[in-house]
Design a protein around this ligand. Sequence first.
Ligand code: SF4
Length: 441
Amino acid sequence: MQQAAAPKVSFVSLGCPKALVDSERIITRLRAEGYELARKHDGADIVIVNTCGFLDSAKQESLGAIGEAMAENGKVIVTGCMGAEPEQIEAAYPGVLSISGPQQYESVLEAVHRALPPVHNPHLDLVPPQGVKLTPRHYAYLKISEGCNNRCSFCIIPKLRGDLVSRSANDVLREAERLVAAGVKELLVISQDTSAYGVDVKYAESPWKDRQVRAKFFDLAKELGDLGAWVRLQYVYPYPHVDEVIGLMTEGKILPYLDIPFQHASPDVLKAMKRPAAQEKTLARIKKWRAECPDLTLRSTFIVGFPGETDSDFAYLLDWLEEAEIDRLGCFKYEPVAGAASNAIGNAVPDEIKQERWNALMARQQKISARRLKRKVGTRQQIIVDEVGPTVAKGRSKADAPQIDGAVYLCSRRPLKVGEIVTAKIERSDQYDLHGSVAGF
Ligand code: SF4
């Protein structure tokens, strides 16, 4: 009997790493059921668009992607953050087959089954045990919880994704172990608020190997650190218990890297933003962390032009940045998001002032980054190789997260392989990147 052709799905994944993990889960399920991924919309039987609804500009990008899929294919399923408020999508594209919100994997699969029933072949195991990863094979995002208990005034994520729901420690560790066994060399731990992990389940223990492991930030980081891969913590808030993981960094168990989205430094703005852990004495904490772990790299994001931000709030932020020496930084100009509490604050900052502040902050950061990177010239660093070219390879040190931070450009006498970790001598630095040559394999 002739085998029916596998139904083909084209997938568009927009938004943050958390949305990427949702996409991976949907694709893993579809592949397990015998669906194939298509490279283009017009060669596919159906298109799934995983949208982002964080800012209005992200919504526009999502609507654009849906429009493209409608024009090129016509059979379109929409999911993700923007799907939590479907009115705008329904108005623009009444023909879409189904709209669901973030993490609603079942709704997406049901919609696919309705429009394109799976071809059943129980003899084929189409999915590798670690699932399907959209990131390169040598690094993977590990999502430890969904949702968020905070209520930052500019953010609608808790409305879209609900309150914090943590995975059990053994569930996360099993996934991490499978990924490492499949060749993943770097695990990027993500969630909306990584340091709040386990609060919702009262840090419940679960059995792992010969012991019980608590669903707690420190305990999980420690166990992950034993798996033999680089472990990078992202989206951490400066709660007091974060101090404990610095010891794991000093011991070399996890990477000396923290991604802490501070968003601002001025106490008044932080209060208006309703940021978690805003009252903690962050500058003193950062100094203490650095004294304990001199290699610590700090990455952060900031918002300029938040309603009511004064010249002196902004000057405070610039001074703070100088003292904190944040290594890596992303900056956004405040945008009102439909449904966010900050819309009611008033005192909007005019667009030209937002732009001026953005320029000033980025210029200041460029200097700090260049200064910090210069200290690395002459040192030896371990580098994970991301891309190889004919003469130069592009990689990252322990201080660089993929996609968002700088790179290390490497010369080597022997060809390098993607995913390999080598030792390099750093010879030169510029504002955001390092350059060096391989000194050991
Ligand atoms: S911590 Fe704040 S900004 Fe982050 S998801 Fe939660 S509410 Fe939004």
